[in-house]
Ligand binder design. Structure first.
Ligand code: ADP
Ligand code: MG
Length: 324
């Protein structure tokens, strides 16, 4: 009798050490944005390891895809591809192919060659290109200047001066990579977000996750809160990286046609099956504007949209109510 009781006591004392199921989370600053990973795990140490693995994956992708790091693979492409066909990793090749597909789908609204103008901005210091340099760079913005060769896995720019930037798709891709790493570890409840790009595994243990859509013109206020599970969601807004000069709002989403910041809407939120898709489409629909953008979303059966138009009115796609 005494023996059994002490055995039980010992077991109770050991339980915390064996690990308790609980919510765990961590944040980091990578890819110029805030990364947040939150998950439920039966074992605290394994859960924390899983979170660290996701954050390391973001760092790996930042080293590879940043246009600002002098030794990234993307910088090598920007430096060399107008001269020679550059041999690239299958991962970068895949992302360039995806970017090409979104450029075609959106009739050029999504275009990673926006960079020849985009890179002339500095939103923190208020630096912007003048009319002449915008005019000179505009003909360089065209995804058809990028030649991808699947056989040799090379990329070539057909014009001198073309520059690319994956800022409209890389964070979504990184979120998807992080989700894949969590799935490999059999994690059933998790959220990864990178700035405006998020993806959820499962629900919040019996309740949905609640994901807010920022009110574009009110700091820290929500325009809507969506109950969600098992989905990706991305928001592109004109309020994150911007400055104002002479009454004009200069922000980080560039219309490839005009070379200026797209100004038809205040924010676009896309829900869909993965964050690469929702990221690319949120940037694209922002450029396309409310009418053409909503028409595209309604023509695709795996995505929904919440658009806050230039007057601050909220518009939702046809299937949003039944989206889960
Ligand atoms: P963020 O989460 O960084 O706010 P968004 O998904 O809203 O990103 O996309 C904005 C980013 O996309 C810009 O910072 C830039 O790197 C890139 N970008 C801007 N204009 C375009 C465009 N027309 N096509 C593709 N990418 C773009
Ligand atoms: Mg995007």
């Amino acid at each position: 009798m005494i023996k059994r009781a002490s055995g039980l006591l010992l077991l109770l004392l050991l339980l915390p050490a064996l690990g308790r199921a609980e919510w765990l989370s961590d944040q980091a600053s990578v890819m110029g944005t805030r990364i947040n990973v939150e998950l439920w795990h039966e074992d605290r140490a394994l859960g924390e390891l899983a979170i660290a693995t996701v954050i390391d994956e973001f760092k790996r992708l930042d080293e590879k895809l940043s246009p600002y790091k002098t030794d990234s693979e993307l910088t090598l492409v920007n430096r060399m591809a107008a001269e020679v066909a550059v041999d690239i990793s299958s991962e970068l090749f895949h992302l360039l192919q995806e970017s090409h597909n979104y450029a075609k789908l959106t009739q050029g609204a999504f275009d990673i060659t926006f960079a020849s103008i985009g890179h002339q901005y500095d939103y923190r210091t208020g630096k912007k290109p003048n009319q002449q340099s915008t005019r000179q760079a505009l003909p360089l913005i065209d995804y058809r200047h990028i030649r991808l060769d699947a056989k040799t896995q090379t990329v070539r720019f057909l014009r001198k001066g073309v520059q690319i930037d994956l800022g409209g798709i890389a964070k979504g891709y990184a979120v998807d990579r992080g989700i894949a790493l969590l799935r490999e570890r059999a994690i059933e409840h998790a959220l990864i977000s990178a700035g405006g790009d998020s993806r959820l595994i499962g629900d919040h243990r019996g309740r949905p996750w609640h994901i807010g859509i920022q009110a574009p013109r009110k700091k820290a206020a929500m325009a809507a809160v969506l109950p969600l599970a098992d989905t990706a969601i991305s928001t592109s807004g004109d309020y994150e990286r911007y400055f104002e000069a002479d009454g004009v709002r200069y922000h980080h989403i560039i219309s490839p046609k005009t070379g200026h910041s797209a100004k038809n809407v205040q924010s676009v939120t896309i829900l869909g099956p993965n964050a690469t898709r929702t990221d690319a489409l949120s940037t694209s629909i922002f450029v396309l504007g409310a009418e053409a953008g909503m028409a595209l979303i309604d023509s695709l059966d795996d995505v929904e949209a919440v658009i806050i138009d230039r007057d601050g009115q909220m518009l939702t796609s046809a299937g949003l109510d039944s989206f889960h």
